[in-house]
Design a protein around this ligand. Structure first.
Ligand code: GLN
Length: 192
């Protein structure tokens, strides 16, 4: 299995480190030719979603990646990556818009924008959750399954082969969410 990590801006290196620790082959996506490589799954890192969206379009990556996601390529988006997948974005523009969720950008305000907690995630168990100027999911549509909530707000969800977290599992030592994503992809359990 090989995983592509969108590496235009933000915390892509940290996802690479997680996959490396799990022994999973991975490569960075910086330009069109990178997505010609066989790819079993895609990771969309945290960063600045407006910048990533702009670069995706400028580099001609937006349309082909959107088509791959729509065709069932498994994708894991964290924070800005979550925003990129949401159909509705409060405080920003939708990008791939492949997930039936509505997100609120910078949802915790300036003071509480960054914080750490621990919580239970469906399918995974108890995990550390690092939030950095994080969004939350204000509403999840019928097709989306809520996986975790913090203080009454949805912070992780899944829809078919799309997995999103508002927090950054790649910034903690705990490999369990990445392992779960890899395992599910490997077993082909991700139904469309
Ligand atoms: N606030 C960022 C955005 O709206 C997301 C922050 C992050 O990815 N850590 O894109």
């Amino acid at each position: 299995m090989a995983f592509g990590i969108l590496a235009l801006q933000g915390g892509f290196a940290e996802h690479g480190a997680m996959l490396g620790r799990l022994g999973a082959e991975h490569f960075e996506i910086r330009q069109l030719r990178d997505i010609q490589r066989p790819m079993d799954g895609l990771l969309l890192p945290g960063g600045e979603s407006t910048v990533i969206a702009k670069l995706l379009k400028e580099l001609g990556l937006f349309q082909p990646l959107r088509e791959k996601i729509q065709a069932g390529l498994p994708v894991f988006g964290t924070c800005a990556g979550l925003i990129l997948l949401a159909q509705q974005v409060e405080g920003g523009e939708p990008c791939f818009a492949t997930m039936d969720i509505s997100v609120k950008r910078n949802a915790y305000g300036r003071q509480l924008g960054s914080f750490f907690t621990e919580g239970r995630m469906e399918g995974v168990g108890r995990v550390p959750m690092t939030f950095i100027r994080a969004p939350y999911i204000a509403a999840a549509g019928e097709k989306a399954q809520v996986l975790a909530q913090v203080n009454g707000h949805i912070v992780a969800a899944r829809q078919g082969r799309q997995l999103v977290t508002a927090f950054h599992p790649e910034l903690n030592d705990d490999l369990s969410i990445h392992r779960w994503f890899l395992d599910e992809v490997a077993q082909g359990l991700w139904k469309r």
